[in-house]
Design a protein around this ligand. Sequence first.
Ligand SMILES: [Zn+2]
Length: 253
Amino acid sequence: MPGLLKSTLLNVKHRLIDLFLSSSKKAYYHEVLLRNNPYYRALDQDRKRNFIVRTHLFLVTTTFGSPHGFPVTLPMKIILSGGFVQITFGLKADVLDYFNRIMIFSGPYSYKNNTRRYKGDVNPMTKTINLSWPAVTHGFEDYKDGINLVLHEFAHCLVLENSRRGYLDRIFDESTLNVWKQQGKALIPEIRNRKASLFREYGGTNLMELFAVSLELFFERPGAFHREHEEFFQTMSNLLNQDPRYAPNPVLP
Ligand SMILES: [Zn+2]
């Protein structure tokens, strides 16, 4: 589908949801996001309105669950959905087709026959995003440390989902993604040698982790990221079609 038609349809879809979503529900979403999501808090009125629509859409198209009866409340679902919305706010992708199941754990968890403890992971076998709830809330409470579990795991989802979608339905622009990969490959040895200290060491693991770690920085420390790695920041910005330094309206025109 041509890009212009696609974005027109997207606008119509969002306007219809806006029309049918009750004002009390909108007010509830607003309250929860205002309290828990710094990205949302900084948006202007029009952007807040669209953010709520996208949050609702993601929430109703995603299955949330937990093992062992850990209660998953509506505010928890709103917080998680808001994390997805902020990283895709400049993109046409407003839901996940493959990874639309989120399992929430009461704390760090491990897999069978494996002693490693996880705070979060994306499991391509079960098409599930697993998250430890205390790490989720900590990510948004400290929004300046460049570490945010939800943004990190959704970053993995976007890359995995992008590669699974058909050519015309991709989340990212192909050529921009290639530029990102080239720049990323050059950056990894610098991170390993501690020459790019803004990035935590884990980002030097491979391109997949670098993408997730870069995305955390992009949202939580955009000023420092732009100052220290302007070219790479610009590529991230082109890829996500937004610049979080302009907090009230970060989406690129
Ligand atoms: Zn990761």
